[in-house]
Ligand binder design. Structure first.
Ligand SMILES: Cc1cc2nc3c(=O)[nH]c(=O)nc-3n(C[C@H](O)[C@H](O)[C@H](O)COP(=O)(O)OP(=O)(O)OC[C@H]3O[C@@H](n4cnc5c(N)ncnc54)[C@H](O)[C@@H]3O)c2cc1C
Ligand SMILES: *[C@@H]1O[C@H](CO)[C@@H](O)[C@H](O)[C@H]1NC(C)=O
Ligand SMILES: *[C@@H]1O[C@H](CO)[C@@H](O)[C@H](O)[C@H]1NC(C)=O
Ligand SMILES: *[C@@H]1O[C@H](CO)[C@@H](O)[C@H](O)[C@H]1NC(C)=O
Ligand SMILES: *[C@@H]1O[C@H](CO)[C@@H](O)[C@H](O)[C@H]1NC(C)=O
Ligand SMILES: *[C@@H]1O[C@H](CO)[C@@H](O)[C@H](O)[C@H]1NC(C)=O
Length: 489
């Protein structure tokens, strides 16, 4: 060591400093290139752990890095960085996607869009510009405060863009159509980092694909949506919950079947069935609550009387504004339906009518679940379809404009791997029962998809749809980088 030359050592050190530094930063030289508002998070920190939590713990991606992006350029740079490092990436807005394929994004980069949450009204009040990470509840409130509304969904904490990518149903579907039907244009970052615009005039095929199969093509950084004035008579909504014990199941769904075909039914009258355990009402069996929602201070008399005639155990009625409707479903941001980190298992079945014996069978399967799953629910959502049907079925990738009812068992339980298979078994059995009763093939709403459905079930059985989607997938995502949500293969 006598020959050790400190001066030489120091000079070498200084000369090598940039190299050493860049080696140290090798995996994270991304951060300095991003906007000042962006954050790069690494495993081991609290912030990383928090940002990894999803609505459902049952199927989770595991990231090596999370980037909270703040600008479109941040999204581009993150994707280019992922490409350079050979890592996968996954956009996250509300974190509610439950398809099992999400869990295949292992070791990749989580692109968190929560900081891209700007909303503004443009085009003389006829459109809104929203950024890629806007949440549904924020959009509802922003618009409502300005006397506006659009086709928004039933849950405040869910993103708004991701539902559009798969269709998007909600309160005013009967009048305005799907959330996707409101889309006028979108900007997206493709798998190679290029930004493109999609609309009826720019990349019209991509625009077609975005509205129904949109998780496959890029990260949407901005969207322009149609918005509407809230009529003065619609500043208040009524939510009426008709509570029944299971002995009324058949009679209740007979009425519900009549309502489906009733020409007097207003396009805004929503029926929303929930099966759930409620020991105070029934100590043994789950109960059935039919929520009826309508944008007025009361629901139309005929439809109210029809249900009262079945002698419900209770009727709970309240009036609220549109934002309050979601709070009413416990799906406001602090509500239990938004609670993150529980395990959830969901599977969708589209129906054209209520197949009563199969619904009875589903109810029995639900009633016989192990007690550990008793926080679960089953939904049968029936938003009117009037406007959805007026729009040319071929004009968007959303394949199921005729679907009237969306049935979906939703298992909820404290994370416990030994219950995952049990929960899967229950939702599979309910799905089998309902598909048999429906008399047709499984049609599965992509935004509720479990992950084991055929491509036809989510993208449609008409061969031209998958052919067109496959062609577009080759063109815009040739290496299958956007393959974690019903990938087109
Ligand atoms: C409690 C609850 C209530 C719901 N209510 C409704 C409802 O009323 N109506 C309805 O239609 N659906 C509803 N859904 C389903 C909902 O549409 C899907 O769960 C949707 O995927 C959630 O979007 P997210 O942004 O919250 O989830 P995320 O998991 O963040 O995103 C879902 C998928 O979309 C991708 N993605 C997210 N943002 C972007 C973007 N900006 N650009 C490109 N890709 C993106 C993600 O990478 C992921 O693959 C509900 C779901 C839950 C859990
Ligand atoms: C992480 O989440 C917990 C619980 O919500 C919170 O108390 C904590 O402050 C969060 N930590 C960071 C760094 O965000
Ligand atoms: C939000 O978007 C509008 C329209 O593009 C823009 O004028 C405004 O500056 C943006 N606000 C923020 C905080 O970025
Ligand atoms: C939709 O497009 C397909 C394939 O091009 C065609 O066969 C079908 O007739 C079209 N339907 C309508 C309603 O235009
Ligand atoms: C997981 O679920 C099983 C089956 O219900 C139960 O026996 C076990 O105690 C649960 N484990 C935990 C940690 O709760
Ligand atoms: C990125 O992909 C798009 C669609 O495939 C293509 O049009 C564009 O030329 C590509 N850009 C670069 C820089 O490769």
């Amino acid at each position: 060591m006598a020959y050790f030359n400190y001066r030489f050592f120091l000079i070498t050190l200084v000369a090598l400093a940039p190299v050493l530094l860049s080696v140290r930063l090798g995996k994270d030289n991304l951060a300095p290139s991003l906007s000042g508002q962006a954050r790069v998070l690494y495993p081991g920190s609290d912030e990383f752990a928090n940002a990894s939590v999803r609505w459902s713990a049952a199927k989770s991606p595991a990231y090596s890095l999370i980037v909270k992006v703040a600008t479109e350029a941040d999204v581009q740079k993150t994707i280019l960085y992922a490409n350079q490092k050979g890592k996968s990436f996954l956009a996250v807005s509300g974190g509610h996607g439950t398809t099992s394929q999400i869990a295949n994004a292992k070791g990749g980069i989580g692109i968190h869009l929560g900081r891209m949450n700007n909303i503004s009204i443009v085009d003389d009040g006829e459109a809104a510009l929203i950024e890629g990470g806007v949440q549904n509840g924020d959009l509802v409130s922003y618009l409502w405060a300005r006397g506006k509304q659009t086709a928004t969904t039933g849950c405040d904490c869910v993103g708004y863009i991701a539902p559009i990518l798969g269709g998007g149903h909600g309160w005013l579907r009967g009048r305005y159509g799907l959330a996707a039907d409101q889309l006028l244009s979108a900007r997206l970052v493709l798998a190679n980092g290029t930004v493109v615009e999609a609309s009826e005039v720019e990349n019209p095929d991509l625009f077609w694909a975005l509205r129904g199969a949109g998780h496959n093509f890029g990260v949407v950084t901005q969207a322009k949506l149609r918005i509407y004035d809230v009529p003065p008579s619609e500043r208040q909504w009524t939510a009426s919950g008709f509570v029944f014990k299971e002995d009324k199941l058949e009679a209740l769904f007979e009425v519900a079947n009549e309502v489906l075909d009733d020409p007097e039914r207003p396009a805004e009258l929503t029926y929303y069935f929930v099966f759930a355990f409620n020991r105070e009402v029934d100590a043994e069996q789950p109960i059935i609550t039919l929520w009826v929602y309508y944008p007025s201070t009361r629901i139309p008399e005929k439809f109210d009387e029809q249900l009262r005639a079945l002698i419900p155990v209770a009727v709970e009625t309240s009036t609220t504004d549109l934002a309050g409707v979601n709070a009413h479903l416990l799906a406001n941001k602090d509500g239990p339906a938004c609670a993150e980190g529980l395990s959830r298992k969901l599977t969708p079945i589209s129906l054209q009518h209520y197949p009563i014996p199969s619904i009875r069978r589903s109810f029995e399967i639900f009633a016989n679940m192990p007690a550990a799953l008793h926080d679960s629910v089953m939904f049968l959502e029936n938003y009117p379809n009037d406007r959805v049907l007026e729009i040319d079925a071929n004009s968007t990738a959303f394949p199921n404009r005729i679907g009237k009812i969306l049935a979906s068992p939703l298992m909820t339980y404290a994370p416990n791997a030994s219950l995952d298979a049990v929960a899967d078994g229950i939702i599979d059995d309910i799905r089998d029962a309902l598909v048999k009763g429906s008399g047709s093939n499984l049609v599965a709403y992509i935004n509720y998809a479990k992950g084991d459905e055929s491509l036809e079930a989510v993208y449609g059985y008409e061969p031209w749809r998958l052919e067109k989607l496959r062609r577009l997938k080759k063109e815009f995502d040739p290496f299958g980088r956007f393959n974690f949500f019903a990938p087109i293969v």
